[in-house]
Design a binder for this molecule. Structure first.
Ligand code: XIL
Length: 318
């Protein structure tokens, strides 16, 4: 049968991709499914700041390079992730005190170095990740607290200067349907555009819960609102977890419908939603159980690599 990626491409999408980690690549059955089904790879960890600048001014791209080479050798598009986030940044940042100017310099040096290093290899960059609280206020983190909201504009400007051809996007969760946080992201996009800062897209993480996922029409409405601001929309980290385990047969049907709401909304948006990625596809490697205790079975495949109903479900709405 056709792969998920080829179905997405036939429907006009650029790819259907997955996040992954290179230490999973010695699992041959996992790799078989990954290479057969997905058109792009996103490193779930190794391009994050804590890995790439372990001490100030000393860069280490070894793991990211190895991941990028693997993607290229296997004909996969590389989605690069991420540059500025309140998690997984190096500890030396927290162990010093900064002025707005000195932290700005550190932040833009990091972005310039990393984006230049990968110039021409990244289809897209997740430039700033998760800058808002769920109520739409700015998330207090070292960047916001020291530099102020301009840290976002500074980050996008530095990324654009270093690789003018990469798609640059802002990425967050709980922004997939109308609400205070989605409005905050709309305002950010408008503000960056009015300052002449390049922002090409918004990434909707789409980490959903079975039975609590925003409806197809809510997601379509919100995607359209972003598109109306002149940015593309990517579904970047899709998974739909069960809040209690084990799932029932009915729960698996609901999970399929919930996956279909995201993929269907992206399909309905046409060329303004160029691509979809899941945040891994095999429950063995899902990030969910270690983050949300007692929850899981969020991925398209069971841990034994048999497909859940959601896989056929999303294929049917692409
Ligand atoms: C997760 C990785 O999958 C984990 O391996 C790591 O320990 C923590 O980060 N939202 C994001 C991703 O934007 O970067 C996160 O990735 C998952 C939630």
């Amino acid at each position: 049968s056709s792969s998920l990626n080829s179905i997405a491409v036939a429907a006009g999408k650029k790819f259907f991709g997955t996040a992954t980690n290179q230490d999973q690549f010695n699992d041959a059955s996992y790799v078989d499914v990954m290479l057969a089904q997905f058109g792009s790879l996103t490193p779930a960890n190794v391009q994050k700041w804590q890995y790439t600048e372990p001490s100030q001014g000393s860069y280490d791209y070894s793991q990211g390079d190895s991941f990028a080479s693997y993607a290229a050798e296997n004909g996969k598009i590389l989605c690069c992730d991420n540059l500025v986030w309140y998690q997984q940044y190096p500890s030396w940042i927290d162990s010093q005190s900064w002025t707005a100017e000195s932290l700005s310099e550190v932040m833009t040096n990091h972005i310039t170095s990393e984006v230049s290093h990968y110039k021409g290899k990244c289809y897209s960059w997740n430039v700033v990740n998760e800058a808002f609280n769920d109520d739409g206020t700015w998330r207090e983190n070292v960047f916001y607290n020291t530099i102020g909201e301009d840290y976002i504009a500074q980050s996008f400007a530095a990324a654009a200067a270093a690789d003018p051809n990469a798609i640059l996007y802002y990425n967050d969760y709980n922004i997939e349907s109308p609400g205070a946080k989605a409005t905050a992201v709309e305002n950010l996009i408008s503000s960056l555009k009015s300052q002449g800062i390049k922002i090409d897209a918004v990434g909707l993480e789409s980490h959903f819960i079975v039975g609590e996922t925003p409806s197809l029409s809510q997601q379509q409405q919100q995607m359209q609102a972003y598109a109306n601001l002149g940015v593309d929309v990517f579904v970047t980290e899709l998974d739909v977890r069960f809040s209690s385990l084990p799932p029932t047969e009915q729960g698996l049907q609901q999970q399929s419908e919930d996956y279909q709401a995201s993929v269907g909304a992206c399909a309905a948006l046409g060329s303004k939603c160029p691509a979809i990625s899941v945040w891994d596809f095999d429950d063995t490697y899902s990030w969910i159980p270690s983050t949300f205790s007692g929850q899981g079975d969020a991925d398209l495949y069971w841990a034994n690599l048999t497909a859940k109903p959601a896989l056929a479900g999303i294929e049917s709405v692409l």
